[in-house]
Design a protein around this ligand. Structure first.
Ligand SMILES: [Zn+2]
Length: 247
């Protein structure tokens, strides 16, 4: 896991108490353990959550914010990837309960703000519901950011809009942060059916045989680096603006 100066993971309870008091926002990074085709590890989204949160914590001081990183919630909601071995999913209900209970603990310890930094699409709905519930039932103010929503425009400019699960942009992320975990010899354009417009699909294996979408051979970690930097700044700016506006 990448290090930051403000990681709950390595603190004693005395240090944690101080850090929670001092921090403007505690951040819960959320990922998944789910297949990412034959060239990326099942931890891809969790790795992104780990590293992108570290970027956020380190850049926050430029925005006059102090962030405290909580240990990453590695498991997510990945039912639609279950036909692929190695995928481990929580049900939506369990996931929401876990996130709410983490939030309740932080509220009990006196945290005022909690941010979900999410890096997996399947978590979006239960996270948003958990944020609502925590906001109503505790004294916490909950911020919720799906990282890709903030990076989407820049990612599409660089990689085109054919990007997708385990495709060029996600492959670039893992190559940037953990190149040792990319099976480069397995990178190949992913053959996939068109996603249906109106019909639901049961499993990702109905759409793609290898498990991915897009073309990971177009990955480019160097091009991704400035996108990470600017997206990190955009997210911090948005959070700062909400706080300044009295939220
Ligand atoms: Zn992913």
């Amino acid at each position: 896991m990448p290090e930051t100066d403000a990681d709950l993971f390595g603190m004693t309870w005395e240090q944690a108490g101080e850090a929670i008091d001092e921090a403007d926002i505690a951040v819960l990074p959320t990922g998944s353990i789910e297949q990412h085709s034959t060239h990326l590890p099942v931890s891809t989204d969790t790795l992104r959550a780990d590293h992108l949160t570290a970027e956020l914590v380190d850049a926050a001081t430029d925005f006059d914010l102090e962030l405290l990183r909580l240990p990453t919630l590695q498991y997510g909601v990945s039912e639609h990837h279950m036909p692929f071995p190695g995928t481990i999913t929580l049900s939506r209900e369990t996931y929401m309960d876990v996130v709410v209970e983490i939030g309740e603990c932080m509220a009990e310890h006196g945290a005022e703000r909690l941010l979900f930094l999410n890096c997996h699409g399947g978590n979006k709905e239960p996270l948003s519901m958990a944020a609502d519930r925590l906001g109503r039932d505790t004294d916490l103010t909950v911020h919720y950011v799906h990282w890709t929503d903030y990076g989407r425009e820049a990612l599409e400019e660089e990689f085109g809009d054919g990007w997708g699960h385990a495709g060029d942009h996600e492959t670039s992320f893992v190559e940037l942060y953990r190149p040792d975990l990319v099976r480069s010899e397995k990178k190949t354009p992913q053959e996939a059916r068109e996603m249906p417009d109106t019909s639901s699909y049961e499993y990702f294996s109905d759409v793609t045989e290898l498990g991915g979408l897009g073309d990971p051979t177009n990955s480019d970690a160097d091009a991704l680096e400035p996108i990470v930097e600017s997206t990190t700044e955009d997210i911090l700016e948005a959070i700062k603006a909400d706080i300044d506006a009295g939220w």
